[in-house]
Write a protein that binds this ligand. Structure first.
Ligand code: SF4
Length: 397
């Protein structure tokens, strides 16, 4: 980000303007996309973080920062969409393709419940044979066995895929998934919504405006979601801010995005390769700008999985109020090189040493356990990240 002032001083000639925008945003006022870009590229990091933290404090004066216990369960790695950044998928008929039986998925849910999980994220490839009935079957089976688990799963891309596979309308897909037990959509598949970089990294995935339109339909039908951002695949600063603007516009109409979750591209074992073109400072700046820009999204999650625990902790000083999940299981992002691991005790400690009160939350961000007294912290070594990466060397490009 060459136009960021290297020594942290307010650039000559724009200082008053930057200060004014920061003050307005910190007071809860709305800033434009153009102003967000100005802050992202020109505001001193400490001033940006201070303004974002002011917003966070006024939203959450109790000083609580949250985490959740969940498990990401992958049902298949077979996928027809072939995103260039994805290290997880295998094309149909590939020797390394697999499908997990519904019974196995239910067993994994049971293991997660035993470890205190309150949420399951089902994620998988766009299998050409999976229509709406397959998803209805798995959701129904999970809810029959563990009705207390929140199914925060799939995303707009899966809805588009199911709509094509089963030949039914988007709204019908969403309604049937909800009736089968889906509680909310995960924000996966957003990647970057801005057209040029999205097409460059995922040419077969639905365009960004379609992803948003599916989410808007879901929100209208009563299924809320989160929104994510995978940054660092070669997009420009303006394209990053445009991603935020596209989400905020929909949120103005629906209010259905519970949280915004930015993370960084992982470049291993995929066809895109290269490197993560988002530095730690760029990531932190984006987190802060997101807190200032999204005056209409309640929660902001920092990623420890892709940026590391220390950076994850730093996001708590840049506007984030949540560190996401312990991730009892994760295979997709770790396949592409994310090596970071954590456990419940560590997340609690990261939050506490950042000066916050840790709390375990549920999918709706309700506090389940507030860890005010360290002497009463839960101790269970099994509540930790497990990554059984399925990534293997690519056999063809
Ligand atoms: S990111 Fe999802 S849709 Fe894209 S190739 Fe991987 S599994 Fe398929």
């Amino acid at each position: 980000m060459s136009d960021v002032d290297a020594d942290g001083e307010i650039p000559v000639g724009r200082g008053d303007e930057i200060r004014s925008v920061l003050d307005r945003a910190a007071a809860g006022g709305r800033i434009s996309a153009q102003e967000a870009l100005l802050l992202y590229t020109r505001a001193p990091l400490h001033a940006l973080g201070a303004a974002a933290d002011t917003v966070r404090r006024s939203r959450y004066p109790d000083g609580i920062a949250t985490y959740i216990i969940d498990r990401n369960i992958n049902y298949t790695n077979v996928c027809v969409t072939a995103c260039r950044f994805c290290a997880f998928y295998r094309a149909p008929k590939h020797a390394e393709g697999w499908v997990r039986e519904v019974e196995d998925i239910v067993v994994k849910c049971g293991e997660a419940v035993d470890l205190g999980a309150t949420q399951i994220m089902l994620q998988g490839g766009h299998h050409p044979d999976f229509g709406i009935e397959w998803y209805e079957g798995v959701f129904t089976a999970i809810k029959a066995a563990y009705p207390q688990l929140a199914l925060h799963s799939l995303g707009a891309s899966e809805v588009v895929h199911i709509s094509r596979t089963s030949g039914i309308e988007i709204a019908e897909v969403i309604t049937r998934l909800r009736e089968a037990g889906l509680d909310s959509f995960a924000g996966a598949g957003a990647e970057i919504l801005t057209e040029r970089p999205r097409h460059a990294i995922a040419p077969l995935k639905e365009p960004g405006h379609v992803w948003l339109s599916v989410m808007e339909t879901a929100h209208t039908l009563g299924l809320e979601s989160t929104a994510t951002f995978m940054m660092g695949t070669g997009e420009t600063n303006a394209e990053r801010i445009e991603h935020l603007r596209m989400i905020r516009d929909v949120q103005d109409r629906t209010g259905g995005f519970r949280s915004f979750i930015p993370w960084t591209y992982q470049p291993e074992n995929n066809h895109l390769g290269g490197r993560t073109q988002a530095t730690t400072l760029e990531y932190l700046r984006l987190v802060a700008v997101a807190r200032l820009f999204f005056d209409n999204i309640a929660h902001l999650q920092g990623s420890w999985l892709t940026t590391g625990k220390e950076v994850g902790q730093l996001t708590l000083h840049m506007g984030a109020d949540d560190l996401g999940s312990v991730m009892l299981e994760e295979n997709v992002v770790s396949s592409a090189g994310a090596r970071h691991r954590t456990n419940r005790s560590e997340l609690i400690s990261l939050i506490r040493t950042a000066g916050r009160i840790p709390a375990q939350r549920d999918t709706l961000y309700r506090h389940l356990v507030v860890h005010r007294d360290p002497a009463l912290d839960p101790v269970d070594d099994r509540v930790a990240s497990h990554f059984s990466s399925t990534a293997l060397p690519l056999v063809a490009s």
